[in-house]
Design a protein around this ligand. Structure first.
Ligand SMILES: Cc1ncc(COP(=O)(O)O)c(C=O)c1O
Length: 350
């Protein structure tokens, strides 16, 4: 996260994760829609209602939070105690791993292998859980690979969790990029599922920090009480903007989907022409995680940044040093020119 905030930017930024940020004028908002203070003690009712309608979820099962980041923090803090075993996918979005360590848990891992298209293997999870496992952590889509896990597999993971009295935390921040109506969520698969997400990635609305946890009501209640300790109250103007944004999501989704489809074609064409990169191509979403087969990956990233002014996310941040994550959500010119420069850097280092 520190690297993303301080080092990821470049003239040609392919290190993005979601759709490029919108500005206030992209939302139909007037100042009269905003207010500084409102009744948002345990959730601003219009926001909870909008989320409940969109995801077909009981309001009592929804906890709002500042982005998926804080939703993850709340959820994990509410579900585990120091010393509990937490089973986390590898490669993983690093803050999830850091969070589990921060909370003093005993972290174990299960692999999502490139050779297996980064799929989740319920058999491996079953071998890895113990009676001390309290939480299994998954991202869906998977960050970094963008691979989607189907409901059957998730249900199998849910059954494994149930047998040992554990929960499954599914970070669905990229799942919105399926652009379904209603959007699918693992929350509906069983009470062991706790889900986190936000409007951040799919709609270019990161600045709103409109995030949430879906959990069975008893857990949601516990998370609200933890939130009293962590954050007390949210920024009310942000809640109001989030309600307005939720009403406009269909239009924003249309634009985002068109952009991603177009950009995926550009990236596919680039990858088709490279024998020095191997990739799993998820067919949806905003990220891919190619593997560098010939060049020294770190030398490639250095040359790419210093000579070609182009950034990708080095795979070392995902415990996969020969990979890099590339984002499709930026503007078309940056992607086109960034890919051309990536090709030049690969030619030079390969
Ligand atoms: C898997 C995953 N979860 C959470 C986040 C953070 O999301 P938010 O901006 O909603 O806090 C990211 C951002 O890259 C992510 O990749």
């Amino acid at each position: 996260m520190h690297w993303a905030k301080t080092r990821s930017r470049a003239r040609f930024n392919l290190a993005t994760s979601g759709i490029a940020n919108l500005s206030l004028k992209d939302l139909h908002v007037s100042l009269d829609d905003l207010e500084i203070t409102g009744d948002s003690g345990y959730g601003y009712a219009p926001l909870i209602r909008a989320l409940a309608d969109r995801y077909q979820i009981e309001p009592l099962c929804i906890v709002t939070a500042a982005g998926t980041s804080f939703a993850n923090h709340l959820a994990m803090a509410g579900l585990v105690n120091p010393g509990d075993e937490v089973l986390i996918e590898r490669p993983v979005y690093e803050p999830l791993l850091a969070l589990a360590h921060y909370l003093g848990t005993n972290v174990k891992r299960f692999e999502r292998r490139f050779e297996d298209s980064f799929r989740i293997s319920p058999a491996e999870i079953e071998r890895s859980v113990t009676t001390n496992t309290r939480l299994i952590v998954i991202t869906n889509f998977h960050n970094p690979s963008g691979v989607v896990t189907d409901e059957e597999t998730l249900k199998e993971v849910g059954e494994i969790a149930r047998k040992v009295n554990a929960r499954v935390l599914v970070d669905e921040v990229y799942l919105e990029m399926l652009f379904q109506n209603p959007p699918s969520t693992a929350f509906h698969l069983g009470k062991e599922f706790v889900v986190t997400s936000s409007l951040t990635k799919a709609f270019g609305l990161s600045g709103l920090r409109c995030g949430w946890v879906f959990a069975e009501a008893e857990i949601a209640e516990r998370l609200w009480r933890l939130n009293d300790l962590f954050a007390a109250s949210p920024v009310h103007a942000g809640e109001r903007l989030s309600v307005l944004a939720l009403k406009q999501l269909a239009g924003l989704a249309e634009k985002a989907r068109n952009r991603l489809d177009h950009h995926r074609q550009l990236l596919d064409a680039f990858l088709d022409g490279r024998t020095d990169l191997e990739s799993i191509r998820p067919g949806s979403g905003s990220i891919m995680f190619p593997r560098v087969t010939q060049a020294n990956a770190e030398e490639l990233f250095k040359l790419l940044r210093e000579k070609y002014e182009t950034s990708v996310v080095p795979g070392r941040f995902f415990e996969s040093p020969s990979h890099f994550r590339i984002g499709l959500g930026g503007d078309t010119e940056s992607l086109t020119e960034g890919l051309r420069r990536l090709g030049l850097a690969l030619d030079e280092t390969g």
